[in-house]
Design a protein around this ligand. Structure first.
Ligand code: NIG
Ligand code: FE
Length: 402
């Protein structure tokens, strides 16, 4: 159904420098329900409709409110069962994430509940999280597997992610995550790696269960060489490459991932100047995860150096039961603009156009003809209002492409 949204403060997130947010003060957006057809000044809307031979079925007066592209959350671990509230309390008392993980907590503590949950339960838990994300403005969400870690179990998680996506009114992008070596495979680590590259990655590619493969490269997770093996297998099977890089220690994985043409590297609290230069040269997106950074009391990633080098910056929730249990991108925008010293413009582009780029999607994250008709109407006029009023929900309405 065609709809014309009028009296809107339109933020296209598609403007050229020096106004990348592309604000149109008294603007209008015309959609056919599936795609954006036209964006411009409200005064030109009727002429545009005539020229396009469109009689809008609906004319919606937005009363001067801000309207933006639907938000894109490009990094979540939204499929898991159980919770780790007790670990949160331990960390609040001063215990470290890595110490808790070494004592049997951390990612390993989510494996049992997730493996033990039925498909139906996992689907319901995931859909609930997707709906919570949508309520805060997210219209495209990436969901990683990674809390089963057996070959059959990871394939099951990816199938359930697809089913959850089919049952929720937002777009879901599945990613295979090679998270850590599970405890029961630490004694035969090499065999486990062999299974990942000869069975899991090929099966994911053959059944099109994910569009990209992500590897967590860090102390306690995969080494740089192991990460290289997995990512090369992914690339050889036609899957895009991503990596969790430098959350605790710099393993040289930014250089590695950039060299493999990675779409994104995520976290980056620890990254060298050479790593930053490699990301810039490759055009790899750096995904900032400020919620996990603050919660684990890590030093902020080097935003100024990344910006100076021209590395595109995205911002995501990292939704997971350990380090960042949230579905809210507006909250991450507040953390990005305060704790990480990103600008308001960078925060907006980071949850829209650049986040879409991290997922390899050119048809969203902007309001422009041909983009998906994913829009958020905010109870705000100024773009800064959304991160500024942190913790409040300023979402008036979320519209997702039919
Ligand atoms: O992105 N860094 C690795 N994985 C998650 C944490 C997962 C967990 O603690 O369960 C992250 O922060
Ligand atoms: Fe993560």
């Amino acid at each position: 159904m065609t709809a014309l949204y009028l009296r809107a403060r339109v933020m296209t997130c598609n403007g050229p420098a020096p106004d990348p947010l592309g604000l149109v003060d008294d603007g209008a957006v015309l959609t056919d329900g599936a795609q954006v057809v036209w964006v411009g000044a409200a005064a030109d809307a009727d002429a545009a409709c005539r020229a396009l031979d469109v009689v809008p079925a609906e004319r919606v007066d937005l009363g001067g409110r801000l309207v933006t592209p639907g938000l894109v959350d490009c990094h979540t671990h939204a499929i898991f069962a159980g919770d780790r509230a007790a670990e949160f309390a331990m960390r609040a008392r001063g215990e470290g994430y890595l110490e808790i993980a070494r004592a049997g907590g951390g990612i390993a503590a989510t494996l049992g509940p997730t493996r033990g949950a039925s498909d139906a339960t996992l689907e319901r838990l995931t859909v609930d999280r997707l709906m919570a994300a949508r309520a805060t403005g997210t219209t495209t969400i990436e969901v990683k597997s990674g809390y089963d870690l057996t070959v059959a179990g990871e394939l099951r998680l990816l199938r359930v992610i697809a089913r959850a996506g089919a049952h929720a009114p937002l777009a879901v992008v599945p990613t295979l995550l090679c998270h850590v070596v599970p405890p029961e495979r630490r004694a035969d680590r090499d065999d486990y790696l062999h299974e990942l590259v000869t069975a899991l990655v090929p099966a994911v590619a053959a059944d099109r269960l994910a569009t990209s493969v992500d590897v967590y490269c860090d102390d306690g997770a995969f080494t740089r060489d192991e990460t290289a093996r997995i990512l090369v297998a992914a690339r050889d099977h036609g899957l895009a490459v991503r990596a969790h890089v430098g959350q605790f220690t710099d393993q040289g994985a930014a250089e590695l991932a950039a060299g493999l043409g990675a779409r994104s590297v995520d976290h980056l609290e620890q990254v060298s100047a050479a790593g930053i230069a490699a990301l810039a040269a490759a055009g790899t997106v750096a995904v900032m995860l400020p919620g996990a950074c603050v919660q684990l009391r890590l030093p902020p990633p080097p935003v100024a150096a990344l910006r100076a080098a021209g590395v595109p910056l995205a911002v995501a929730t990292d939704l997971n039961p350990g380090s960042s249990y949230t579905t809210s991108l507006p909250l991450q925008m507040w953390l990005a603009t305060t704790h990480l010293a990103m600008t308001v413009e960078e925060a907006w582009l980071g949850v829209t156009r650049i986040a879409a780029r991290a997922l390899g999607l050119a048809d969203r994250g902007v309001l422009a003809p041909g983009a998906r008709a994913d829009l958020v109407v905010w109870n705000a006029e100024h773009p800064a209002a959304v991160p500024y009023q942190y913790g409040a929900s300023l979402v008036e309405r979320v519209i997702t492409a039919a």
